[in-house]
Design a protein around this ligand. Structure first.
Ligand code: SF4
Length: 205
């Protein structure tokens, strides 16, 4: 199998579980490139198991943080994600686990899945992406209605569960500037902090 399920970037391990996503963000790296630091992020097939992920993970030098984040929405693969996270927490309890997500999981799975992540995941970073629903829809092009409200509810559920929760926005994409203060206020009201990711050529910080 040539699937890249786990890869190293700047000395940290990232786990790439799917190429599917319920957003189609205009700034998504998938639109412009196939790889991250030479690793092809497009999966040949998605019929892999948690053990396949663990096998690749164990071949990499261990990092102090491991992030579920790839060319797609990791929480679409909830069961595999939980199994891999459980394995890491049992075998390497000192490693911090993080998920970068679009915040649609509770809508997709039709239940609040956040309690299933509490105790396994240390940080959840949610793509808030915009200060208003209108701007969110323009930037993220979600595949269902009321996605922005779902994202905000997910952020609240995550912070309520005692998980360190971060909201992210992308600043400066093609010269576009975000209302950072309003995004920060929204994040704080939902119990989260705001991370501003500066757009840089061919990616973001
Ligand atoms: S949420 Fe992430 S993976 Fe999905 S389209 Fe947006 S940037 Fe790409």
């Amino acid at each position: 199998m040539s699937n890249t399920l786990a890869y190293l970037l700047d000395g940290k391990i990232y786990i790439n579980l799917t190429n599917r996503c319920t957003n189609s963000c205009i700034f998504c790296l998938r639109n412009d490139k196939d790889d991250v630091c030479g690793k092809n992020m497009w999966l040949d097939n998605e019929n892999f198991t948690a053990q396949d992920v663990i096998d690749q993970l164990e071949k990499l030098p261990l990092s102090n943080e491991i992030t579920f984040c790839g060319y797609g929405e990791p929480l679409l693969k909830l069961d595999i994600l939980k199994e891999v996270a459980k394995y890491i927490k049992e075998k390497h309890p000192e490693v911090k686990l993080r998920i970068n997500t679009n915040g649609h999981a509770n809508f997709v799975h039709r239940r609040n899945i956040v309690p299933e992540l509490a105790g396994l995941i240390d940080t959840i970073s949610v793509s808030l992406n915009a200060p208003t629903e209108e701007e969110y829809n323009e930037l993220s092009q979600p595949s269902f209605k009321n996605a922005y409200e779902e994202v905000k509810k997910f952020i609240k559920a995550s912070s309520n569960a005692g998980i360190h929760t971060v909201c992210s926005i992308v600043e400066g994409y093609k010269g576009r500037h975000m209302d950072i203060e309003t995004c920060k206020k929204i994040a704080n009201e939902l119990g989260a902090t705001l991370r501003v990711r500066e757009w840089i050529e061919n990616g973001y910080s």
